[in-house]
Design a protein around this ligand. Structure first.
Ligand code: C2O
Ligand code: CU
Ligand code: CU
Length: 557
């Protein structure tokens, strides 16, 4: 394979002088083509960080150390609380304050290209870690942005062309926390009572090295599933807690595993924040679905628990997220079956413990759960530019090829329907195309233009019994840029599909940047596209799907 860097420059040249120039406003093009390798003299950072991606080893299991990729941070300027370390392979947690001006000088010391993306953050396109800005070994990229996001939990990770899955898998990820004045007034548990919980699944070889997928396209299309759960980049850590309230910041940093989080004793979970921000008020759930890239913050009160006892957070039983094939294969897809499982692994939807809290100390002081958190304004039809013409994102996996609107990712390509006027709020409808086709094409292919091969594929419409090419599985869909709200979820065929085993675990009331779309489901969201023009990605955050091309650009202009 040619070096990506060369390819990138070539593509940018193509973009500047080729056919794309006509489709793209010149100012945006100029911005796209410019690499951020030099700090700007006009940007006055409050916080300055060096972030280096390099090879490292960590001790994860008894015996040999494990080779990983790891982000190393160094604070050059700003409050000393800006960087906090996690003990495993994850990068430092970046703790920002809303309004801060942040400069991150990213270095690549890996033997392959990489680029860092600040997932959930509302930043200019050049600062967003688009794969076109990947840097080679020895190069650097200077990010400069103002923290516009409200208090919440975001994260950062590699976003390299066709290498996101393997780089994140090997360790290139870390948390971002943001605080602001509104949050500080709430007096939420802080310091040692504010705990990060990054959940990831991994597999190990006999000599303790990370083992990734070795099989074919089919396994990749199902997504990587590990058999070992890691919390904050470590195995089997019981977290000691006191008998009082805690704030837990959970991130599903797994490549493709979806968790159905529930306390072992059936205590409801109290959510106080979703992906991008605090909720309007705390909400109780019997369990919470956490798909790759999603975050949820929980308020957990351990007071009244017995000293020395344990409380375990499980991933509970569920089903219906893995593919159901057309025709004859359907019967053979039982729970213990081969789909989505490597030999001996944990099946997607199987019950297993995620993290254990050990009640280690008694204390009498504990904060009270606030009744309200932040003002939350629901976005409605009257706020959007296209109330009657939602933009479509059709999810499909025809022939093991995960796609969006029947298109694959191309670095700089933008279709007509992917152009969005800046400073508008858009209604977007995400649908499962294969499922619709299985069901007789209720949604059909409406709204999609110039798609090659549509007739050939469309010909399969309604062919429930014919051939194994059609499948529908759950996809966690992520949109870069500003957080969105979920307007509605509609599902066909809820019976027998497994939907009832997950439906009470979706939080539809908060700010989101990733939403799990179940087979047969149609999710409508409302998303602002404010402040910044340029290319912003949207994609499936099943990282195997992302790397297989289930990603596209919006051009905001
Ligand atoms: Cu978490 Cu496009 O990324
Ligand atoms: Cu992102
Ligand atoms: Cu997907």
């Amino acid at each position: 394979m040619t070096r990506f860097d060369g390819k990138r420059r070539q593509l940018l040249q193509f973009a500047a002088f080729g056919t794309m120039a006509a489709a793209w406003p010149g100012a945006i093009l100029a911005e796209v083509a410019e690499m951020g390798s030099v700090p700007s003299s006009t940007f006055k950072p409050d916080v300055e960080i060096e972030l280096t991606a390099r090879k490292d080893t960590v001790s994860l299991r008894p015996g040999a150390a494990t080779h990983v990729f790891k982000y190393h941070g160094k604070l050059l300027k700003g409050p000393s609380s800006t960087l906090t370390e996690l003990p495993g392979y994850l990068g430092p947690t970046l703790n920002f304050v809303r309004g801060q001006k942040v400069r991150i000088i990213a270095y690549n010391q890996l033997p392959e290209p990489t680029v860092a993306h600040w997932h959930g953050m509302h930043v200019p396109q050049k600062m967003d870690g688009h794969p076109m800005y990947a840097i080679d070994q020895g190069e650097r990229y200077v990010y400069e942005f103002e923290v516009k996001n409200p208090a919440g939990t975001n994260w950062y990770h590699a976003h390299t062309h066709e290498k996101t899955a393997t780089q994140v898998y090997q360790g290139l990820a870390g948390l971002i926390t943001i605080t602001d004045e509104q949050e500080q007034k709430l007096d939420l548990p802080s310091g040692e009572y504010d705990l990060p919980i990054v959940i990831q699944d991994r597999r190990f070889t006999a000599d303790n090295q990370l083992r990734y997928l070795q099989h074919g396209r089919r396994e990749r299309a199902m997504g990587f599933l590990g058999d070992t759960i890691l919390i904050n980049g470590q195995i089997d850590r019981a977290i000691p807690v006191k008998t009082r309230a805690y704030r837990l910041r959970l991130l599903n940093g797994s490549n493709s595993r979806i968790y159905k989080l529930g306390w072992e004793d059936g205590t409801p979970l109290t959510a106080i924040a979703t992906d991008g921000a605090l909720l309007g008020k705390p909400e109780n759930y019997p369990y919470i679905m956490l798909a790759p890239a999603e975050r949820v913050e929980l308020w957990v009160d351990f007071s009244g628990r017995e000293l020395g006892s344990d409380l375990v957070l499980y991933s509970l039983d569920y089903h219906g997220v893995m593919p159901r094939m057309g025709g004859g294969m359907r019967g053979g897809m039982g729970r213990g079956g081969g789909m989505g499982m490597m030999e001996g692994g944990l099946v997607q939807g199987e019950k297993f413990p995620v993290v254990k809290f050990h009640i280690a100390e008694k204390t009498s002081e504990s904060p009270e759960l606030p009744k309200v958190l932040i003002p939350f304004q629901r976005l409605l039809d009257r706020d959007v530019a296209n109330p009657d013409k939602p933009r479509q994102i059709g999810l499909s996996m025809m022939h093991m090829s995960p796609e969006l609107n029947r298109r694959s990712f191309e670095l700089l390509a933008v279709a007509e329907s992917e152009k969005i006027p800046v400073n508008t709020i858009q209604k977007i409808r995400i649908t499962q195309e294969d499922h619709a086709m299985q069901r007789g094409g209720r949604r059909g292919m409406g709204g999609m233009e110039d798609v090659d091969g549509i007739d050939e594929r469309g010909g399969r419409r309604g062919g429930r019994g014919g051939g194994g090419g059609m499948m529908s599985m759950a996809h966690p869909i992520h949109l870069h840029g500003q957080q969105f709200q979920i307007l509605s979820r509609l599902v066909q065929d809820r019976h027998g599909s497994g939907y009832d085993t997950v439906k009470d675990g979706f939080i539809n009331t908060g700010w989101k940047d990733t939403v799990l779309v179940m087979p047969g489901e149609e999710v409508t969201i409302i998303k602002p596209f404010q402040d910044y023009t340029g290319l912003f990605l949207y994609h499936c955050h099943n990282l195997e799907h992302e790397d297989m091309g289930m990603m596209r650009n919006f051009l905001v202009r």
